[in-house]
Design a binder for this molecule. Structure first.
Ligand code: DOR
Ligand code: ZN
Length: 347
């Protein structure tokens, strides 16, 4: 039995770091594990311009502890009126690593997002020409569509035609949650389509939201799905396919804002991200494929060099705290808070 695993330092290809006090409280959890992260732009107001992304990157770097190394890879938040030249400049100047498309109304802070793909045509044309990845929150916003069907409907009605219209555009389906997404990815032979998957969608099905009462800390978007979807995600993520890689979607919200009559969507999994993913790979008998998922496939998709340094995980009891206090008051409840995991990070 493997009891320690040393791997190239991983990257997180989907992360919400927020800003201000929250940024300071959460950043260290990611920087401890990951060399780089694709940083989501859904601040309020969103990060839409090169200057805003530069300034946000500076605030992230300033929030690192002394001696800590971590490279934030910035993204642009696409709006109906995003100028293609702004994206081009940001990409060419090495500020924007990618652009994120939130269908307007799909999720937290998505109200400035794209109201229809048709409106994003010029921007997508430019991104295709540049080789700049498009990161998709792939859910239908049609209120008539059942919340559990939103990803599958998006794939059929939006993603399929988009890939046909832009045959060379690099696309990452963010945080996939369904067997339909796995089938769609598996069938694609173009080499320009990939996906990220979160620890929660690999570990839980939708029952977790309702076990013994309503469980707001298991609520994120896209929402957890049926067991058959979880099993399909686990098979695909641990298969060794280069089309799927690590992206936590760690999305902190104050405990009080989650435990509310209208609780925020988002799971703060950064403190136990690698410990959770490796537990899944271990359970699936796929430890030998963990490094590729965590540290290789994503970098290849983004055209980034592989990290030179390493990190070690050890089989030992990891007690996850119930609460992480913020310096200015309030607290966060981390993913799996109050339970234990069978792997720890070695410092
Ligand atoms: O659950 C989610 N939380 N899903 C998202 O797409 C956004 C995120 C957030 O920013 O809180
Ligand atoms: Zn996200």
């Amino acid at each position: 039995m493997t009891d320690t695993l040393t791997l190239r330092r991983p990257d997180d290809f989907h992360l919400h770091l927020r800003d201000g006090e929250m940024l300071k409280a959460v950043l260290g959890h990611s920087a401890r594990q990951f060399a780089r992260a694709i940083v989501m732009p859904n601040l309020r107001p969103p990060v839409t311009r090169v200057a805003e992304a530069r300034a946000y990157r500076e605030r992230i770097l300033a929030a690192l502890a002394p001696g800590q190394r971590f490279e934030p890879l910035m993204t642009a938040y696409l709006c109906d009126d995003t100028p293609p030249d702004e994206l081009r400049r940001g990409f060419e100047e090495g500020v924007f690593a990618a652009a994120k498309l939130y269908p307007a109304g799909a999720t937290t802070h998505s109200e400035f997002g794209v109201t229809s793909i048709a409106r994003a045509g010029r921007v997508l044309e430019a991104m295709q020409a540049l080789g700049m990845p498009l990161l998709l929150h792939g859910e239908s916003t049609d209120p008539a569509v059942d919340v559990f069907d939103r990803e599958a409907v998006f794939i059929d009605t939006t993603l399929r035609p988009l890939l046909q219209d832009f045959p060379a555009l690099k696309v990452a389906m963010e945080h996939i949650t369904t067997e339909e997404a796995v089938d769609f990815l598996s069938a694609d032979g173009s080499g320009r389509l990939a996906a990220t998957v979160t620890p929660q969608h690999l570990m839980f099905n939708r029952n977790a939201i309702f076990t013994g009462g309503i469980r707001p800390h298991h609520y994120c978007l896209p929402v957890l799905k049926r067991e058959r979807h979880r099993l399909a995600l686990r098979r695909f993520a641990t298969s060794g396919s280069p089309k799927i890689f690590l992206g936590t979607d760690s999305a902190p919200h104050l405990r009080t804002l989650k435990e509310a009559s209208c609780g925020c969507a988002g799971i703060f999994n950064a403190p136990v991200a690698l410990q959770s993913y490796i537990t899944v790979f271990d359970e699936e008998g796929a430890l030998e494929r963990f490094e590729a998922f965590a540290s290789v496939h994503g970098a290849r998709f983004y055209g980034l060099p592989l990290n030179g340094s390493t990190l070690t995980l050890r089989r030992a009891r990891c007690d996850v705290p119930q609460d992480i206090a913020l310096p200015g008051g309030g607290s966060l409840h981390p993913f799996l808070g109050g339970s234990t995991l069978p792997w720890v990070l070695e410092d």
